[in-house]
Design a protein around this ligand. Sequence first.
Ligand SMILES: NC(=O)c1ccc[n+]([C@@H]2O[C@H](COP(=O)([O-])OP(=O)(O)OC[C@H]3O[C@@H](n4cnc5c(N)ncnc54)[C@H](OP(=O)(O)O)[C@@H]3O)[C@@H](O)[C@H]2O)c1
Length: 290
Amino acid sequence: MKSTETKTVRGTRDFESRVKKLALIGCGKLGEGLLSGMLGSQLIPVERVEATVAHQPRADFLAEKYGVRAHTNNIQAVKGADLVLIVLKPQQVKGFLHEAKKVLRKDAVIISAAASVTTALIARELGRPARAVRAMPNTPCLIRQGMTALAASPDADADDVALAKEIFSSMGRTVVVDEKHMDAITGLSASGPAYVYMMIESLAEGGVKLGLPRELSTELSAQTLLGASSLVLHTGEHPAKLKDMVTTPAGCTIDGLLELEEGGLRVTLIKAVVRAAQRAKQLVEGQNSV
Ligand SMILES: NC(=O)c1ccc[n+]([C@@H]2O[C@H](COP(=O)([O-])OP(=O)(O)OC[C@H]3O[C@@H](n4cnc5c(N)ncnc54)[C@H](OP(=O)(O)O)[C@@H]3O)[C@@H](O)[C@H]2O)c1
């Protein structure tokens, strides 16, 4: 697969010399994954990170677990930061930018992982050009098996994108795309793990129906999806060709495939991605997120 890459990143001199203070705004599920990934791969020393959340007990938990400065004061976190990583819910981003613009450094790089929030919106809310990079990761980032798409604003340069790439490459694969693709990517790879969990669960139920113990059935199912996915990425072959390798003429797999076709699996998955992408466009004004 040419357009993606995966590697373990150790902190580079370039990253360390560029980022003296990182403000991690909205350190929830995804934010904690990013924090843990960056610290775990020694991308940045913990004393250079300041994380914010809405509730003090959550801040106390993060401070205790990671030794990071964590609190509920966004202004304090953003002050002096050369890199601001926004991991808030989409509908909270405007309020944050409005609040932070008075203290945000003009040369700060802003990386936003919030679905639906465009780099144009970031510049508009700040009232000036912004060195913004949009990121769309997914939850497997938590175990460094993530897929993150990155898109640069017109005012971000190649070094700014490289900075974002370093962060997310420490958590899996990255791909740099045109920003117009970000809603589609949100519906595919950001929401995608949920679709896959449903498939894992359903395949496992099939095993249970045939008498397999549930735990064994789930392991067989999950490893089958992992192995099949890895084969696609490793060989770069079209999935249809790999499917044909499994499908012996008059064998059992073709019977299984016929059932999937009759049940409309393909159309259902295509529609799921399209619907999620449509929803992704609305989140910045809406009530919920990915
Ligand atoms: N989860 C995913 O799979 C995924 C994938 C790709 C992108 N994203 C994007 O990542 C973003 C966060 O998602 P999430 O699942 O991590 O949500 P989350 O767990 O709810 O995290 C949001 C965090 O923001 C904090 N917060 C709320 N208001 C704040 C404020 N005014 N100032 C500072 N912090 C504030 C919350 O603090 P408290 O904990 O104290 O309430 C919480 O920790 C969303 O925009 C989503 O689109 C998520």
